[in-house]
Each structure stands twice: as C-alpha cells, then as structure tokens.
Design a protein around this ligand. Structure first.
Ligand code: URA
Length: 234
C-alpha cells in the first residue's frame, strides 16, 4: 500500500500478511503553563507541551498558545478533528482571560468588539467583558471565533492596551475548569460528543452512545471517511 491511501472504516489492512489496526484516537485537555512551546518538537530545544503528557499516542496540539500564554490546550492524534477545530469555516469560539495594561475606555472596548485591524485585515466581531481591575491593569474576557496568530495580543495592542497575561479558559464546549497548571486529563465521552457536534462530526441519531471513559473512542459510522491534516494554528 502507498502512503496517503484513504481507508474506509471497517476495511482490513495488512502489511506483510499482518493485520494493522488504526491508532485509537486520544483527546487530552492540558492546562498549559507558561514556558512551554505548543509544538511537537522545538528546534531551539525548549520544553514542549508534549513533555507534560504521558501517552503512547502520537499526539499534537490543536492550534497553539504562545510560549508565555497559559490555559486550555487540546492534544489529540485525530487529524480530522484538529483540522475542523482550527478551520475558520467552523468558527469554534475560544475564550481568553486577558490582563491588559491600563483601563480600556468604552470606545476601546467597542472597537475590540467590532473588530480592529490586525495584519492589514479586520478581526471578526468578538465578545468582550470587563472582569475587574488589578492595580493599573484590567482583566478582560475575550471570545473570538477565529484563530489568527497572536490574535488577542495584537487586538490589545491595536487599541493601546497591550496584553500582560493571557489564559485560554474555553474552546468550543471544552472548559479549563479547575485543572491545575501542568496537569492534563482525557476528555469525557460527553465532552467528546459535544466537540464532535461543534465541528459537524456528530454521529447520526440512533447510534449507541458510550457514556464511559473517555479515551475509548466512539466508533464512527460506516462510510465516514478519515482525512489527515496537520494541526492549525491559533
Ligand atoms: N492570542 C494570542 O495572542 N496568543 C495566544 O497564545 C492565543 C491567542
């Protein structure tokens, strides 16, 4: 068989007469601490988010969080899910808590909500809530529906309020909750079902739903194809 051939679920694949089983899909939420890069390997030898996770699966991060950013990062070996979660067509919302310098005026907040020019292109409308003050800075909760590079930091800069700290607390139906920094957990079956629904991968009605563990992947309906795409950026 040549590399890159698509195999339908249920098809048997053998190599040298030995049955090859597809890798089980694994979905992990990590609370990324600052000081880790969101890549599988770093040419500069810095610690990567994969150093924080124990798994035999070939995981990669879905989208990215900056080296100094913290919070919810999904790791998986499901290329199709990763592709959809980072594709603008699906507009999966990401919510961040951002500590910004100063106290944004109502006008600055309105600009953030409406969209600001970033890299020569306006950002899509965002939800922005003021959470409170910390010294001479302000905590904002910002929800965006696109995953542009350094998006939240560039939005802050565009309105004159640079981001001092940044944490992602939600991605689509997933929440960081009380997961401590540096720790990870597998998605629950319920979370996985919600995630699949968010990116139009929900199974047709009538299929048996698995309510337990998480790791054990819900099998796909016959005829649904796998597509392997690399992880996107956030
Ligand atoms: N926006 C940023 O600026 N940085 C991140 O890590 C994520 C979103």
């Amino acid at each position: 068989m040549h590399p890159g051939v698509t195999v339908d679920p249920g098809q048997r694949v053998t190599v040298d007469g030995k049955l090859v089983r597809p890798e089980e899909h694994v979905y992990i939420v990590l609370h990324k601490p600052a000081g880790y890069v969101s890549t599988v390997r770093d040419p500069r030898g810095r610690p990567t988010v994969l150093d924080l996770v124990r798994s035999d699966a070939r995981l990669f991060p879905v989208g990215r969080l900056d080296w100094d950013a913290t919070g919810l990062l999904l790791l998986t070996n499901d290329g199709e899910m990763a592709f959809r979660l980072t594709h603008p067509r699906f507009g999966v919302p990401r919510t961040y808590r951002a500590l910004v310098r100063g106290c944004p005026s109502p006008r600055a907040l309105a600009r953030l909500r409406r969209g600001v020019e970033v890299g020569g292109k306006p950002t899509a409308p965002a939800r922005v809530k003021v959470l409170g003050r910390e010294g001479n800075a302000t905590w904002l909760e910002i929800t965006v529906h696109e995953g542009r590079y350094h998006q939240v930091k560039l939005m802050g800069e565009a309105v004159g309020h640079p981001v001092l700290r940044l944490t992602r607390v939600r991605m689509g139906p997933l929440r960081l909750g009380r997961l401590p920094p540096g720790r990870f957990r597998h998605l629950t079956a319920r979370e996985l079902a919600a995630l699949r629904q968010a990116v139009d991968l929900a199974r047709p009605a009538g299929m048996v739903r698995q309510e337990t563990p998480a790791k054990a992947r819900i099998s796909r309906p016959r005829g649904e194809r796998h597509g392997e795409m690399g992880p996107g950026r956030d």
